[in-house]
Design a protein around this ligand. Sequence first.
Ligand SMILES: NC(=O)c1ccc[n+]([C@@H]2O[C@H](COP(=O)([O-])OP(=O)(O)OC[C@H]3O[C@@H](n4cnc5c(N)ncnc54)[C@H](OP(=O)(O)O)[C@@H]3O)[C@@H](O)[C@H]2O)c1
Length: 326
Amino acid sequence: MKAVVVAQYVPIDQIELKQVPSPRMEAGQLRIRVEAAGIGFVDGLKIEGRYQTRDPLPFIPGTEFAGVVLEAPGAPGGYQPGMHVMGMTRSGALAEEIVVNPDALHPLPDGVTAEVAASFRANYLTALYALSARATIVAGEQLLVLGAAGGTGTAAVQIGRLLGARVIAAASTPEKREFAQAHGADAVIDYTQAGWRDTLKELTGGHGADVIFDPVGGEISVQAFRSIAWHGRHLVVGFAGGAIPALPFNLPLLKGGALLGVDLAQIPTREPEVQKRLMSQLMGWLAEGKLKPAVGRVFALDDFREAFRTMQRRGALGKMVVRISK
Ligand SMILES: NC(=O)c1ccc[n+]([C@@H]2O[C@H](COP(=O)([O-])OP(=O)(O)OC[C@H]3O[C@@H](n4cnc5c(N)ncnc54)[C@H](OP(=O)(O)O)[C@@H]3O)[C@@H](O)[C@H]2O)c1
């Protein structure tokens, strides 16, 4: 089968598409023909060896996918050959086939395409976990989303709206701000402008942001915290901008505010019941059509490097997806 293979931690341009043997199956596992794989910022960091944890070499990157069950001996989890599924694993999705345990899968709801399904789980679970389980956002609160046209940002905009928040989307270009508005933002801010905190103050009638969803990091994070409302919650999601900010400790004191960490990777082991509840909520919204995951661009497998480069160049709108087979 064809697969993207990381033989060494090198820049994405040096990573190759190779012919490799299909992965072996163990008892209780399923073989899936991958139709589409969603690319996240973390996948790029993992390939280049810049993530907190390193996968042992060689490995096939890619964690999110959608496809069709090819083999399911004993029908583990009730899955049968021919069923359309979506899933998430530690690695291996950027390949024509993947072998997984049934708990990595969800049946694909009717009418949801493989591209949409492959864009769903990581970003939307991160956003719902952050906004609901961590920040306990309530209807009517003001939500500021940084990097609002990116993968996690777009998910936070859409889920913030579904939870009844008033969503203010911060993004760096007019195209990105339009994208955020098209996905449900009530108002937008250009946070590359020096006076953006004054705009936020005006937009919130002097109140500030009750909740800040922050996948960007750097100086923007500290500035955003300075604009947090009394009892506000600042969600630490990621550092796409590169720098890990240092927050002066007097700010949470003065604002009565909280800094809340969000780590999708730890939810399955630390809070399995929460994950189950949130996934069931997300799958319900997806099946009912209340949530329409934002697919930014779809790339052919041969062009997989461009999907990563687009994110690294700060050019991604929504989620980047690689189409692997029909
Ligand atoms: N904590 C978790 O569980 C979790 C889960 C998923 C992802 N993450 C992390 O969240 C971060 C964002 O992931 P994502 O999938 O949303 O990424 P993304 O789609 O690339 O979006 C990131 C956004 O950050 C902004 N940005 C500012 N400086 C940037 C730079 N130098 N390069 C790239 N983007 C820059 C961009 O918006 P503007 O151009 O508008 O500024 C961009 O849209 C990553 O650090 C990722 O590792 C964490």
